[in-house]
Write a protein that binds this ligand. Sequence first.
Ligand code: SF4
Length: 339
Amino acid sequence: MPSPLTVLDSLGRPMRDLRVSVTDRCNFRCGYCMPREAFGPDHAFLPREEILTFEEIERVVRATVDLGIRKVRLTGGEPLVRRNLEALVAMLATVDGVEDLTLTTNASLLAGKAQALADAGLHRVTVSLDALDDATFMRMNDARVPVQRVLDGIAAAEAVGLGPVKLNAVIRRGINEHAVVDLAEHFRGTGTTVRFIEYMDVGHSNGWRMDDVVPAEEIVAAIDARWPLEAVDRDYRGEVARRYRYRDGAGEIGVISSVSQPFCGDCTRARLSADGRVFTCLFATAGHDVRTLVRSGADDAALADALRAIWTGRADRYSELRSLETVELPKVEMSFIGG
Ligand code: SF4
């Protein structure tokens, strides 16, 4: 077990979680992340030569483990649209020090991939599902994919040991508030924890308005009114979701409240984009290029030094500083850094 140097940023936060975006492409067009108006047929996605190879991703992950990373999450866009992803999973599963190797997916391709991912060494998956009725689901993701395809993906993941599956649901006022109780009811007692995410001003294309945000408090109150809840303490520093358990023992829900109850003080997340830039915040306007270093023949020590300098210089706390001015900043698109 490598001894991490426990690198801290300028606010004393360690680097614990690395989100690795393996592609900027997706087969959905969720309005809060990749609206079709901005990501239409003419959108220029990253050309292949600019995308990190699996070997390059593995090198960066190894270097970050020596700096404290313990959890690696594969994201996109939609990570399962990248071919042969299980090969990358198998490489990362051998990295000493990675205690948690996970994947976030819209699950539309999961049923056909779950076994191969599990065999390759993936630990578990998180699935995005914003509603249970097809009409609302398709309104949220602007793709002609039925909910059943996602439920089949969840079942396949559970069947091969990639559970308990966690679910993420972004709630937008005026579109899917009703899904809060629907999803809670459907997954109560199943072991699947639904985390309800406040709609965020990520990127610069989703037309975010504060009026469209359903605050976490309102979400919890809606569920508590049907099935009484009690708060649960966090398991570790940097745990994103605020957790609540059903008093009747039917499991848990979570809320991710970046807008109404920011949690930047405990944020231990770094993000690696598919083109090899490190972003130190979901709402960053720029990233730090490490691909050039990786491709220049620099050794591991030089790579580690560069990553250490990026993290120790970090001072991000966007959600605590959010204002009408910051909302307009040219922030990196969430689909580019994997949420
Ligand atoms: S806004 Fe940035 S610093 Fe704050 S919790 Fe989110 S990613 Fe971390």
